[in-house]
Design a protein around this ligand. Structure first.
Ligand SMILES: NC(=O)c1ccc[n+]([C@@H]2O[C@H](COP(=O)([O-])OP(=O)(O)OC[C@H]3O[C@@H](n4cnc5c(N)ncnc54)[C@H](OP(=O)(O)O)[C@@H]3O)[C@@H](O)[C@H]2O)c1
Length: 253
Protein backbone atom coordinates (compact mmCIF):
# COMPACT_ATOMS: atom_id res chain seq x y z
CA UNK A 1 0.00 0.00 0.00
CA UNK A 2 1.40 3.37 -1.10
CA UNK A 3 0.74 6.14 1.37
CA UNK A 4 1.46 9.76 2.31
CA UNK A 5 1.59 10.93 5.94
CA UNK A 6 1.02 14.53 6.92
CA UNK A 7 1.22 15.76 10.52
CA UNK A 8 -0.28 19.10 11.54
CA UNK A 9 -2.99 18.40 8.94
CA UNK A 10 -5.69 20.24 10.90
CA UNK A 11 -4.41 23.75 10.27
CA UNK A 12 -2.06 26.20 8.57
CA UNK A 13 0.77 24.81 6.47
CA UNK A 14 -0.09 21.16 7.14
CA UNK A 15 -3.53 21.80 5.65
CA UNK A 16 -1.94 23.40 2.60
CA UNK A 17 0.28 20.34 2.17
CA UNK A 18 -2.78 18.07 2.12
CA UNK A 19 -4.35 20.23 -0.61
CA UNK A 20 -1.13 20.31 -2.62
CA UNK A 21 -0.74 16.54 -2.33
CA UNK A 22 -4.23 16.16 -3.79
CA UNK A 23 -3.54 18.66 -6.59
CA UNK A 24 -0.41 16.76 -7.57
CA UNK A 25 -2.24 13.43 -8.07
CA UNK A 26 0.38 11.25 -6.39
CA UNK A 27 -1.83 8.18 -6.76
CA UNK A 28 -1.64 7.28 -3.09
CA UNK A 29 -3.78 4.47 -1.72
CA UNK A 30 -4.20 6.41 1.50
CA UNK A 31 -3.24 9.74 3.01
CA UNK A 32 -2.76 9.53 6.76
CA UNK A 33 -3.58 12.82 8.44
CA UNK A 34 -2.35 13.49 11.97
CA UNK A 35 -3.22 16.20 14.51
CA UNK A 36 -5.16 16.40 17.77
CA UNK A 37 -8.33 18.07 16.45
CA UNK A 38 -10.24 15.07 15.11
CA UNK A 39 -13.21 17.06 13.79
CA UNK A 40 -10.93 19.05 11.50
CA UNK A 41 -9.22 15.92 10.18
CA UNK A 42 -12.61 14.37 9.51
CA UNK A 43 -13.38 17.15 7.04
CA UNK A 44 -10.79 15.83 4.53
CA UNK A 45 -12.68 12.78 3.17
CA UNK A 46 -15.77 14.89 2.41
CA UNK A 47 -13.63 17.49 0.65
CA UNK A 48 -11.82 14.91 -1.51
CA UNK A 49 -14.21 12.01 -2.00
CA UNK A 50 -11.93 10.33 -4.54
CA UNK A 51 -9.11 9.88 -1.97
CA UNK A 52 -8.99 7.48 0.96
CA UNK A 53 -7.86 9.19 4.16
CA UNK A 54 -6.88 7.60 7.43
CA UNK A 55 -7.81 9.90 10.29
CA UNK A 56 -5.29 9.71 13.11
CA UNK A 57 -6.19 12.06 15.97
CA UNK A 58 -2.90 11.75 17.82
CA UNK A 59 -1.22 14.01 20.35
CA UNK A 60 2.46 13.78 19.44
CA UNK A 61 3.39 14.91 22.95
CA UNK A 62 1.99 11.68 24.33
CA UNK A 63 4.12 8.53 24.29
CA UNK A 64 1.02 6.31 24.06
CA UNK A 65 -0.13 8.13 20.90
CA UNK A 66 3.28 7.68 19.25
CA UNK A 67 3.11 4.01 20.27
CA UNK A 68 -0.32 3.83 18.60
CA UNK A 69 1.22 5.08 15.32
CA UNK A 70 3.96 2.46 15.67
CA UNK A 71 1.36 -0.31 15.99
CA UNK A 72 -0.62 0.92 12.97
CA UNK A 73 2.58 0.94 10.90
CA UNK A 74 3.45 -2.59 11.99
CA UNK A 75 -0.03 -3.84 11.15
CA UNK A 76 -0.23 -2.03 7.80
CA UNK A 77 3.39 -2.38 6.57
CA UNK A 78 2.93 0.58 4.19
CA UNK A 79 5.24 1.95 1.51
CA UNK A 80 5.63 5.61 2.37
CA UNK A 81 5.96 7.85 -0.65
CA UNK A 82 5.59 11.17 1.14
CA UNK A 83 6.04 12.29 4.73
CA UNK A 84 5.39 15.87 5.79
CA UNK A 85 5.97 16.90 9.40
CA UNK A 86 4.17 20.14 10.18
CA UNK A 87 3.06 19.59 13.77
CA UNK A 88 4.74 22.17 15.96
CA UNK A 89 4.21 25.32 17.95
CA UNK A 90 6.03 28.18 19.63
CA UNK A 91 5.48 30.56 22.52
CA UNK A 92 7.13 33.97 22.37
CA UNK A 93 8.43 35.56 25.56
CA UNK A 94 11.47 35.56 27.78
CA UNK A 95 12.53 32.22 29.26
CA UNK A 96 11.59 33.36 32.79
CA UNK A 97 8.07 34.33 31.61
CA UNK A 98 7.18 30.93 30.14
CA UNK A 99 6.42 28.02 32.45
CA UNK A 100 8.82 25.11 32.50
CA UNK A 101 5.96 22.83 31.38
CA UNK A 102 5.25 24.92 28.27
CA UNK A 103 8.94 25.05 27.40
CA UNK A 104 9.21 21.28 27.72
CA UNK A 105 6.06 20.89 25.56
CA UNK A 106 7.74 22.89 22.80
CA UNK A 107 10.74 20.56 22.96
CA UNK A 108 8.45 17.51 22.96
CA UNK A 109 6.38 18.51 19.94
CA UNK A 110 9.05 20.30 17.92
CA UNK A 111 12.02 18.00 18.61
CA UNK A 112 11.11 14.71 20.25
CA UNK A 113 8.30 14.03 17.80
CA UNK A 114 10.69 14.62 14.88
CA UNK A 115 13.09 12.02 16.29
CA UNK A 116 10.43 9.47 17.22
CA UNK A 117 8.35 9.67 14.08
CA UNK A 118 11.37 9.69 11.76
CA UNK A 119 12.71 6.55 13.46
CA UNK A 120 9.33 4.87 13.14
CA UNK A 121 8.83 5.79 9.47
CA UNK A 122 12.31 5.29 8.02
CA UNK A 123 12.02 1.50 7.59
CA UNK A 124 8.84 2.04 5.56
CA UNK A 125 10.09 4.88 3.33
CA UNK A 126 10.16 4.04 -0.37
CA UNK A 127 13.33 4.35 -2.42
CA UNK A 128 13.44 8.02 -3.55
CA UNK A 129 10.63 8.77 -1.09
CA UNK A 130 10.02 12.34 0.00
CA UNK A 131 10.37 13.75 3.53
CA UNK A 132 9.54 17.38 4.29
CA UNK A 133 10.05 18.87 7.74
CA UNK A 134 8.93 22.29 8.98
CA UNK A 135 11.90 23.96 10.62
CA UNK A 136 11.91 27.78 10.59
CA UNK A 137 14.07 30.80 9.85
CA UNK A 138 14.29 30.92 13.66
CA UNK A 139 16.74 28.04 13.24
CA UNK A 140 19.33 30.35 11.68
CA UNK A 141 20.11 32.34 14.82
CA UNK A 142 19.49 32.23 18.60
CA UNK A 143 16.47 34.40 19.39
CA UNK A 144 16.18 36.15 22.75
CA UNK A 145 12.44 36.39 23.39
CA UNK A 146 11.81 33.16 21.44
CA UNK A 147 14.70 31.12 22.81
CA UNK A 148 13.26 27.63 23.20
CA UNK A 149 11.39 27.76 19.90
CA UNK A 150 14.45 28.97 17.96
CA UNK A 151 16.63 26.34 19.64
CA UNK A 152 14.06 23.64 18.86
CA UNK A 153 14.04 24.60 15.19
CA UNK A 154 17.85 24.69 15.07
CA UNK A 155 17.62 21.10 16.32
CA UNK A 156 15.18 20.23 13.51
CA UNK A 157 17.40 21.79 10.86
CA UNK A 158 20.52 20.01 12.10
CA UNK A 159 18.73 16.67 12.50
CA UNK A 160 17.12 16.81 9.06
CA UNK A 161 20.40 17.62 7.32
CA UNK A 162 22.05 14.62 8.97
CA UNK A 163 19.07 12.37 8.21
CA UNK A 164 19.32 13.39 4.59
CA UNK A 165 23.04 12.61 4.43
CA UNK A 166 22.55 9.25 6.13
CA UNK A 167 19.95 8.25 3.55
CA UNK A 168 21.77 9.33 0.40
CA UNK A 169 22.05 5.78 -0.90
CA UNK A 170 18.29 5.27 -0.64
CA UNK A 171 17.99 8.59 -2.50
CA UNK A 172 15.44 9.89 -0.02
CA UNK A 173 14.56 13.46 -0.85
CA UNK A 174 14.71 15.22 2.52
CA UNK A 175 14.06 18.93 2.92
CA UNK A 176 13.95 21.29 5.90
CA UNK A 177 11.55 24.18 5.30
CA UNK A 178 12.68 27.44 6.91
CA UNK A 179 10.14 30.22 6.50
CA UNK A 180 9.95 33.51 8.36
CA UNK A 181 6.58 34.55 9.79
CA UNK A 182 3.68 32.90 7.96
CA UNK A 183 0.02 33.86 8.33
CA UNK A 184 -1.48 30.87 10.18
CA UNK A 185 -3.04 30.00 13.54
CA UNK A 186 0.52 29.60 14.86
CA UNK A 187 0.39 33.12 16.30
CA UNK A 188 -2.75 32.45 18.37
CA UNK A 189 -0.61 30.43 20.78
CA UNK A 190 2.73 32.09 20.06
CA UNK A 191 1.49 35.49 21.22
CA UNK A 192 -0.08 34.60 24.54
CA UNK A 193 2.86 36.22 26.42
CA UNK A 194 3.99 38.87 23.95
CA UNK A 195 2.81 41.28 21.25
CA UNK A 196 3.99 40.82 17.71
CA UNK A 197 6.13 43.70 16.38
CA UNK A 198 4.03 45.62 13.81
CA UNK A 199 6.60 45.06 11.06
CA UNK A 200 6.24 41.29 11.39
CA UNK A 201 2.50 41.53 10.70
CA UNK A 202 3.29 43.38 7.47
CA UNK A 203 5.81 40.84 6.21
CA UNK A 204 3.87 37.66 7.00
CA UNK A 205 4.01 35.23 4.12
CA UNK A 206 1.07 33.49 2.50
CA UNK A 207 1.13 29.81 3.61
CA UNK A 208 0.10 28.65 0.11
CA UNK A 209 3.18 30.29 -1.44
CA UNK A 210 5.55 28.97 1.22
CA UNK A 211 4.27 25.42 0.77
CA UNK A 212 4.28 25.60 -3.03
CA UNK A 213 7.96 26.52 -2.92
CA UNK A 214 8.73 23.86 -0.31
CA UNK A 215 7.03 21.22 -2.47
CA UNK A 216 9.03 22.23 -5.53
CA UNK A 217 12.32 22.44 -3.60
CA UNK A 218 11.73 18.96 -2.21
CA UNK A 219 10.91 17.59 -5.66
CA UNK A 220 14.24 19.01 -6.78
CA UNK A 221 15.89 17.40 -3.77
CA UNK A 222 17.01 20.64 -2.09
CA UNK A 223 18.26 20.39 1.46
CA UNK A 224 16.67 23.65 2.65
CA UNK A 225 13.67 25.58 1.37
CA UNK A 226 13.66 29.30 2.10
CA UNK A 227 10.77 31.45 0.89
CA UNK A 228 11.09 35.17 0.13
CA UNK A 229 13.95 37.59 -0.52
CA UNK A 230 14.14 38.94 3.05
CA UNK A 231 14.46 35.48 4.59
CA UNK A 232 16.96 34.38 1.93
CA UNK A 233 19.06 37.43 2.82
CA UNK A 234 18.72 36.65 6.55
CA UNK A 235 19.88 33.10 5.86
CA UNK A 236 22.91 34.37 3.98
CA UNK A 237 24.03 36.99 6.50
CA UNK A 238 23.55 34.67 9.47
CA UNK A 239 25.89 32.23 7.74
CA UNK A 240 28.54 34.89 7.11
CA UNK A 241 28.48 37.18 10.14
CA UNK A 242 29.15 36.16 13.76
CA UNK A 243 25.93 35.59 15.69
CA UNK A 244 27.27 37.64 18.61
CA UNK A 245 26.89 40.69 16.39
CA UNK A 246 23.14 40.15 15.96
CA UNK A 247 22.67 39.21 19.60
CA UNK A 248 23.90 42.66 20.67
CA UNK A 249 20.84 44.17 19.04
CA UNK A 250 17.96 41.69 19.11
CA UNK A 251 15.70 41.11 22.10
CA UNK A 252 17.18 43.96 24.15
CA UNK A 253 13.87 45.01 25.70
N1 LIG B 1 3.49 30.31 11.10
C1 LIG B 1 4.75 30.66 11.15
O1 LIG B 1 5.10 31.86 11.18
C2 LIG B 1 5.82 29.60 11.08
C3 LIG B 1 7.10 29.99 10.65
C4 LIG B 1 8.11 29.05 10.56
C5 LIG B 1 7.85 27.74 10.91
N2 LIG B 1 6.60 27.36 11.36
C6 LIG B 1 6.39 25.96 11.73
O2 LIG B 1 5.54 25.39 10.78
C7 LIG B 1 4.81 24.31 11.36
C8 LIG B 1 3.32 24.48 11.07
O3 LIG B 1 2.87 25.65 11.73
P1 LIG B 1 1.66 26.54 11.20
O4 LIG B 1 2.19 27.89 10.98
O5 LIG B 1 0.94 25.87 10.12
O6 LIG B 1 0.81 26.61 12.54
P2 LIG B 1 -0.64 26.07 12.92
O7 LIG B 1 -1.65 26.53 11.94
O8 LIG B 1 -0.83 26.43 14.35
O9 LIG B 1 -0.50 24.47 12.77
C9 LIG B 1 0.19 23.69 13.70
C10 LIG B 1 -0.25 22.25 13.54
O10 LIG B 1 0.45 21.45 14.50
C11 LIG B 1 -0.47 20.58 15.13
N3 LIG B 1 -0.02 20.25 16.47
C12 LIG B 1 0.38 21.12 17.45
N4 LIG B 1 0.66 20.45 18.58
C13 LIG B 1 0.43 19.14 18.31
C14 LIG B 1 0.52 17.95 19.10
N5 LIG B 1 0.87 17.97 20.40
N6 LIG B 1 0.23 16.77 18.51
C15 LIG B 1 -0.15 16.72 17.20
N7 LIG B 1 -0.27 17.81 16.42
C16 LIG B 1 0.02 19.00 16.99
C17 LIG B 1 -1.79 21.37 15.15
O11 LIG B 1 -2.90 20.50 15.21
P3 LIG B 1 -3.84 20.30 16.49
O12 LIG B 1 -3.88 21.58 17.24
O13 LIG B 1 -5.16 19.91 15.88
O14 LIG B 1 -3.21 19.19 17.24
C18 LIG B 1 -1.74 22.05 13.79
O15 LIG B 1 -2.28 21.21 12.80
C19 LIG B 1 5.18 24.32 12.84
O16 LIG B 1 6.19 23.37 13.06
C20 LIG B 1 5.74 25.71 13.07
O17 LIG B 1 6.68 25.73 14.11
C21 LIG B 1 5.59 28.27 11.44
Amino acid sequence: MNIGIITGASSGMGKEFVKLTMQNHLDLDEIWVIARRKERLEAWPSLYKEQKFRILPLDLQKKEDVECLKQILEETQPHIELFVHCAGFGIMGKIQDISMEEQAEMVDVNCRSVVEISSLLLPYMKYRGRMIYMASAAAFLPQPGFAVYAASKAFVLSYVRALRAENRERQLRVTAVCPGAVKTEFFNRALTKKHLPAYKKLVMADPKKVIKKAWKDNQQNKEISVYGKAIKLTHLVTKILPHSLFLQFIGRK
